[in-house]
Design a protein around this ligand. Structure first.
Ligand code: NIG
Ligand code: FE
Length: 403
């Protein structure tokens, strides 16, 4: 007879295994040592004993949600700049005038770790309250060794305090800091020769990202960062083709990137490259909305080519002041015409893949018991309601965190 720590009964499960929702009616889930030991229709459950049994009373169970692209750790905000943009200034103009990312860099450099942690905690708590157990956090608002290390340490600290998994990403190549203005190649030298080795040595980053755009770094400069990251054994991902087609998708694919993110301007060649490389397309509707973009990512082409699609908040003070993964799901349906099933896959199965985490994202035996229970009648509701929260319970590694 099997011995489980916890048995959840009377659930409806959207396992997200396979292509669609992977629905199991009247499901039970046995949990042992933090993992799913068994899941299936209750009528087929093998003989088992559990230290604790809990009825889900007909609630829906899904994998806990995963936000695979955030810039959650920063100081201050850019509400004033948001207002300037509403009056007609463009993101590029503000960035070139020394505002934009650099204004957040100035505020972030001046903030100590405690302040950064407290401000990020509020944002992380919103994500957790909505059923997230895993999130990615990028650095990139330090742009010097000391502050980049501080940001990544704060991200690790958030994981320790919240019990969530935080996948950290070094985004040193996010913008050219003022002290390197006109000397982007010298800054890339600093990223490659000093920052990356220091961060690797401290094991502070799980991956490396870069911003490939005319207002940031060229494909050649990003390639140098990616070569160094690869030589240090760190996987890469890329902010690609957000404001124009700069060949970002092909560049990401050429390095076997985990993901290529944004992709509004990616063309057919870029889509094919992603498909061939098995790179996940991460779509960021919050940034699309906030920037008032009109060019949509090539969703049909990505679908047709079989590129896995994830969606994420892109939580950041400049282009996506969004701390809600549920709102992001709704935005992805209305702005990008993803189906509710694609949205849920985009914050579970495909988001896990975008982070290179193969131990989560679906409800299957052997996966982590990161589960969300919802007061809904069907999982399509998760991409339907706006501003509500139907989360009833959240389990992380088999432990109940909410309520
Ligand atoms: O994902 N593109 C660069 N990174 C962010 C924007 C950061 C900022 O404006 O502060 C993004 O859109
Ligand atoms: Fe981003």
């Amino acid at each position: 007879m099997r011995a489980w720590d916890l048995l959840l009964t009377e659930a409806n499960a959207a396992t997200m295994a396979g292509d669609g929702y992977g629905i199991i009616d009247n499901a039970s889930i046995g949990i042992a040592a933090g993992n799913i030991a068994w899941i299936g229709a209750t009528a087929e459950m093998p003989p088992a004993s559990a230290r604790k049994t809990r009825s889900m009373e007909g609630r829906w169970l899904t994998p806990a949600l995963i936000d695979c692209h955030t810039h959650l750790v920063f100081a201050g905000n850019r509400a004033a700049e948001f207002e300037q943009r509403l009056q007609g200034a463009s993101y590029e103009t503000i960035a070139r005038a020394g505002g934009g990312i650099m204004s957040t860099v100035n505020a972030t450099r001046a903030a100590d770790a405690g302040t950064l942690l407290a401000q990020a905690w509020t944002r992380l708590s919103h994500l957790k309250k909505e059923g997230s157990a895993t999130l990615e956090i990028k650095s990139g608002y330090g742009l010097n060794i000391e502050t980049e290390i501080r940001l990544l340490e704060v991200a690790r600290g958030l994981a320790a305090e919240s019990g969530m998994t935080v996948s950290t990403t070094f985004l040193g190549a996010h913008a050219i800091p003022v002290e390197y203005r006109g000397k982007a190649d010298d800054y890339i030298d600093l990223v490659c020769r000093e920052m990356l080795p220091a961060i690797r040595e401290r094991q502070l980053a799980d991956a490396v990202d870069a911003y490939c755009e005319p207002i940031a770094f060229s494909a050649e400069q990003v390639a140098r960062v990616f070569e160094k990251a690869s030589s240090l054994g760190l996987p890469v991902k890329l902010h690609a083709d957000q404001l124009c087609n700069s060949g970002g998708a092909e560049l990401a694919a050429a390095f076997g990137a985990l993901s290529a993110d944004h992709l509004e301007y990616t063309d057919d060649q870029g889509v094919k490259a992603l498909a061939d490389a098995g790179t996940v397309a991460v779509l960021l509707p919050g940034a699309f909305l906030t920037l008032g973009e009109t060019t949509q990512p090539p969703v049909d082409a990505l679908r047709d080519a079989g590129v896995p699609i994830a969606i994420a908040t892109d939580c950041n003070p400049g282009t996506s002041p969004v701390c809600s993964i549920r709102t992001t799901m709704t935005l992805a349906t209305s702005l990008f015409r993803l189906t509710p099933a694609e949205c849920l896959a985009g914050v579970t199965r495909n988001a896990a893949r975008a982070l290179g985490l193969d131990d989560r994202g679906t409800l299957e035996a052997g996966k982590r018991a990161d589960l969300a229970a919802w007061d809904i009648g069907h999982p399509q509701e998760l991409s339907y309601w706006i501003g509500t929260n139907e989360l009833a319970e959240l389990y992380i590694g088999g432990e109940r965190h909410i309520p």
